[in-house]
Ligand binder design. Structure first.
Ligand code: GLN
Length: 453
């Protein structure tokens, strides 16, 4: 099949199904023409990049030059990215085709896509249910064959959570492995761009293309041009795997627990040795996560002041506070909550009680996890403790939503790589299993995920 035919079929699928799913915020009208150019290159014997016209969807917080990039916010409704994110530059060099920008919770805050200013995406397995988030559009588009792969961002689970809810692979690499240049920041000290794909091999393939040091992001690490595909099928015989006790206890859905047990026995059959491990700090991780991320969000989102971005009305005639509150009225309810929290928790007189305490939890958790990796090669837990729920079911209860992140935030707070693999279903709704590895052990993580897949 030619690149043109393949991309044309993908666009047809989007046209056919996206009215029902609402994964896309915009579709690239030139995708088929771009694919035709790749076919021409092939025919004329020119060198073609490794993607050969692979159709990829992009979360709407990643900059593609000349494209509208809204973060699913009214604040950036008319923002056109002036440059390419590093991941986009790298994929363009490999002849990938970007089929469109996909939906998300506004500024990546949330885990259902219900906080998108442009309406929620729907779970392709049952359209009454949430697809997870915040990279919900990414997971839906991969799951519903509207693309081959997607890039999302994961601050506290936003790649892994929707991957679990929509039955795709979702992978958050070691902090620094992929450049964040051109990713619109939410909580930059812990977030990473990550692939959502239908297979583990596709994630490893994309990691090969987009990882590595970037002068535009000084947190990137040198991975020595590692090939994450080589040896991916060599198995996990003899590997020690810790089952995180705090992630399979209270509040877990029985179907999720039994899927986890099944995954563990599959790993044992493959020759791994599994044993419970306790990470005491996990019980404080969600509180620490929301304190730290709100603080960073408060600072990162301060730039949306209607002067630099989101220009809408003149400053003339306003007193400062009324001007700022009018400008900020464009943010939706979840972003507003985080901005208020992010102003309060690091403020003078409160920082010691909230922000500094959260940093202490982060440090202690990191120490605990590092200790665990002295004994274990990998850790395992369900990606999300519950099944996908109905659209609207939790939207009025932010705290109950926050708690859904309990199994995903540890990897972000500690910088460790983690992957969610589709493993099972309950009443037609997907269940994902999560593996974690030590920093820079992404290759081993992908190998284990491939074995479990
Ligand atoms: N649910 C989490 C939050 O709202 C995770 C979001 C993310 O990873 N971007 O912060």
């Amino acid at each position: 099949i030619s690149a043109e035919d393949f991309v044309a079929k993908t666009i047809e699928q989007i046209k056919h199904i996206d009215d029902k799913l609402h994964a896309f915020l915009s579709v690239n009208d030139s995708a088929v023409d771009q694919a035709r150019e790749i076919d021409k290159k092939i025919k004329s014997g020119n060198k073609v990049g490794d993607c050969f016209g692979m159709p990829i969807s992009i979360k709407d917080n990643l900059c593609i030059k000349g494209n509208k990039t809204t973060c699913a916010s009214k604040m950036l409704e008319n923002f056109v990215a002036p440059y390419d994110a590093t991941v986009i530059t790298k994929l363009k060099q490999q002849d990938a085709i970007f089929v469109g920008n996909v939906n998300m919770d506004e500024f990546a805050m949330g885990l259902t896509t219900e906080f998108s200013a442009y309406g929620p995406s729907k779970n392709p397995w049952n359209t009454e249910y949430v697809p997870g988030g915040s990279s919900g559009g990414s997971a839906v588009s991969v799951s519903a064959f509207e693309c081959v792969a997607s890039l999302g961002s994961d601050t506290g689970g936003s790649v892994r959570n929707p991957a679990s809810f929509c039955s795709t692979v979702g992978y958050k690499p070691t902090y620094g492995l992929i450049s964040r240049f051109g990713l619109i920041s939410y909580a930059n000290s812990i977030e990473q761009i990550g692939p959502l794909t239908r297979t583990v091999k596709d994630s490893a393939f994309l990691l090969n293309l987009i990882s590595g040091i970037d002068p535009n992001d000084n947190t990137t690490i040198d991975n020595g041009d590692e090939d994450y595909l080589s040896g991916i099928d060599t198995g996990i015989e003899g590997k020690k795997i810790g089952i995180i006790k705090e992630m399979i206890g209270e509040g877990i859905d029985p179907a999720v627990l039994s899927a986890t047990k099944e995954a563990i026995s599959k790993l044992e059959k493959l020759g791994a040795v599994c044993e419970e491990v306790s990470l005491d700090m996990v019980k404080y991780s969600v509180a620490a996560y929301y304190t730290i991320t709100a603080t960073e969000a408060g600072s990162n989102l301060a730039r949306y002041d209607n002067l630099r971005y989101g220009y809408d009305f003149s400053v003339e005639g306003y007193e400062f506070n009324s001007y700022i509150s009018k400008a900020r009225r464009k943010f939706g309810p979840e972003v507003t909550r985080r901005m208020i929290l992010g102003g309060f928790v690091p403020s003078a007189g409160h920082a010691g009680k909230y922000f500094l305490k959260a940093l202490k939890v982060k440090n202690k958790l990191t120490k605990e996890v590092n200790e665990a990796f002295k004994k274990f090669d990998l850790l395992i837990a369900p990606t999300v403790p519950i099944l996908p729920f109905k659209i609207g079911e939790k939207i009025d209860d932010p705290v109950s939503l926050f708690l859904v992140d309990i199994n995903t935030v540890t990897a972000n707070l500690t910088g460790k790589p983690a992957i969610s693999i589709p493993f099972s279903h309950s009443n037609g709704l997907p269940i994902g299993i999560q593996l974690l590895a030590d920093s820079n052990q992404d290759k081993l993580l992908l190998r284990a995920a491939y074995a479990l897949e």
